[in-house]
Design a protein around this ligand. Structure first.
Ligand SMILES: NC(=O)c1ccc[n+]([C@@H]2O[C@H](COP(=O)([O-])OP(=O)(O)OC[C@H]3O[C@@H](n4cnc5c(N)ncnc54)[C@H](OP(=O)(O)O)[C@@H]3O)[C@@H](O)[C@H]2O)c1
Length: 376
C-alpha cells in the first residue's frame, strides 16, 4: 500500500485524485492533505480519509482545522504546505501557481515520487527540480494529460536514447475562443473565458487555456521534463481533445496516446507507473467519434504561446518571469481590472524588463517571481 499526500486536494485535480483513490482504496492510504483555505470540503475529505497530517496556507484556517480535529497534525502557511512535499511515498502536487515550487523541491529532495500537476512550478524552477530529482533518485511523473501522453509514447519506445526523438507534438483544444480575432477578444468577460469547451478545471488554468498561455506553459514544462529544446516542441490544435499528444521519432514514425478527456486516467497512471491498473472510466470509441481534426495554432490572435517560446529560448529567469507575470495578470483579469488582451501585454512588458541571469539559483528564481508581480 502506497502512502499519498495530495496537495491542493480541494481543487479540480485534487478532487479527481481522491476519486482515483476511492477506486483503489486497498492500495492507497491518504496520509496528508493540503489546501489554500479552511473549507467544508477539506473537512469532509479529512473525515473520509483520516490523514495523519493536513496543511492550510491560511493561518486562521489552520487554527479552525485544529479546533475541529485536535488529533490531526495541522500545519500552516506556505512552509506548512511545503513541509508535506516528500511526507509520503507519493506527493501529488496540485496546488495552483508558483506556490507549488517549494513543495515540489521538498518532494524530490526526499528521493520519493513526485506526481506533478502544478506546471507553474516546473516552468519557474524546472531545471532545479529535475536536477534535485536526479541527485536524490526521485521520480517525477507528469499528471498533465499532454505530458502523460508524451511520457507514455517515450516509454513505448523504451525511453532508450533521447537522440531518437525528432519532436514532441503537444495537442491543444484551442480553448473557448478558437477562430476569434484580437478585436473580439478585447471584450471577453471573465465568465465567458471560464467556460472551457472540453475540460472542467480551476479558474487559473481555464483562463490560461483561453489565452493559449496554458499551451505555452506546457511547452516549457515538456522541455524541462524531457530535456528537449523548444525548437523540437510543436503545438497542434485538436478541438476534440482525444489525442493527448504525440512523439515523432527520427525515422518519421509518430506515436500518440488517445483516450476520452478525463484527468483521472493521467492521475492514476502517475500514481501506478510502471503498472497499469483497471479503471472503470468510459472508453474511447473511435468509430463513434468518426472524425479527428488538427490545425496549426494562431500566433497573431493568441500571442501568449509565442511569449512562452521566447521565454524558453531566453532561458535563465525568463520562464519564471513569464509564469509569475501571467499569474498576476490572470488574477487582475478575473477581478475585472484588466482586459483579456492585456494579459499577454503585461507578460510581454515584464519579459522585456526581466533581468538576464543565465544559470539562476533558487533565490534568483524567487526574486524573479517577485519582480514579475510588481506593476508594469
Ligand atoms: N484542472 C485540470 O484539469 C488540470 C490539468 C492539468 C494541469 N493542471 C494544473 O494543476 C494545478 C491545479 O489546477 P486545478 O485546476 O486543480 O486548480 P484549482 O481547482 O484552482 O485548485 C487549486 C488547489 O490548490 C489549493 N491552493 C491554492 N493555492 C494554494 C497555496 N498557496 N497553498 C496550498 N494550496 C493552495 C486550492 O485550495 P483552496 O481551494 O482552499 O483555495 C485548491 O485545493 C495547476 O497548476 C494547473 O495548471 C490542472
Amino acid at each position: 500500500m502506497a502512502s499519498l499526500a495530495i496537495l491542493g486536494s480541494t481543487g479540480s485535480i485534487g478532487r479527481s485524485a481522491l476519486d482515483v483513490v476511492r477506486l483503489h482504496r486497498e492500495r492507497f492510504q491518504i496520509k496528508a492533505l493540503a489546501a489554500g483555505h479552511f473549507s467544508d470540503l477539506l473537512c469532509s475529505q479529512i473525515r473520509e480519509f483520516s490523514p495523519a497530517a493536513a496543511a492550510v496556507r491560511d493561518i486562521d484556517g489552520a487554527r479552525e482545522l485544529k479546533k475541529l480535529f485536535p488529533a490531526l497534525d495541522v500545519r500552516s502557511g506556505d512552509e506548512g504546505v511545503a513541509s508535506l512535499g516528500g511526507f509520503c511515498d507519493i506527493t501529488l502536487l496540485a496546488v495552483v501557481g508558483v506556490a507549488g515550487l517549494m513543495p515540489a523541491l521538498n518532494a524530490v529532495r526526499s528521493g520519493k515520487r513526485l506526481a506533478i500537476a502544478t506546471k507553474e512550478a516546473l516552468v519557474a524552477g524546472g531545471q532545479i527540480i529535475m536536477a534535485e530529482a536526479q541527485k536524490n533518485g526521485a521520480e517525477v511523473l507528469p499528471v498533465d494529460s499532454e505530458h502523460s501522453a508524451i511520457f507514455q509514447c517515450l516509454a513505448a519506445n523504451g525511453r532508450k536514447s533521447p537522440e531518437e526523438v525528432a519532436s514532441l507534438i503537444i495537442t491543444a483544444s484551442g480553448g473557448p475562443f478558437r477562430g476569434r480575432k484580437l478585436e473580439e477578444l478585447e471584450k471577453i468577460t471573465p465568465s465567458e473565458a471560464l467556460e472551457h469547451p472540453v475540460w472542467k478545471m480551476g479558474k487559473k488554468i481555464s483562463i490560461d487555456s483561453a489565452t493559449m498561455m496554458n499551451k505555452g506553459l506546457e511547452v516549457i514544462e515538456a522541455s524541462r521534463l524531457y530535456s528537449i529544446p523548444g525548437e523540437k516542441i510543436k503545438v497542434l490544435i485538436h478541438p476534440q481533445s482525444l489525442v493527448h499528444s504525440l512523439v515523432e521519432f527520427r525515422d518519421g514514425s509518430q506515436l500518440a496516446q488517445l483516450s476520452l478527456p478525463d484527468m483521472r486516467l493521467a492521475i492514476q497512471y502517475a500514481l501506478t507507473f510502471p503498472e497499469r491498473w483497471n479503471s472503470p472510466l468510459e472508453r474511447l470509441d473511435l468509430a463513434e467519434v468518426g472524425k479527428l481534426e488538427f490545425f496549426p495554432p494562431d500566433p497573431v490572435n493568441f500571442p501568449s504561446l509565442a511569449l512562452a517560446y521566447r521565454a524558453l529560448s531566453e532561458g535563465g529567469v525568463a520562464p519564471a518571469v513569464l509564469s509569475g507575470a501571467n499569474e498576476t495578470a490572470v488574477e487582475q483579469f478575473l477581478k475585472g481590472r484588466i482586459s483579456f488582451n492585456q494579459i499577454p501585454r503585461f507578460v510581454e512588458k515584464k519579459l522585456d524588463a526581466a533581468p538576464r541571469i543565465p544559470s539562476p539559483t533558487l533565490d534568483d528564481i524567487i526574486m524573479a517571481d517577485r519582480f514579475s508581480r510588481e506593476p508594469a
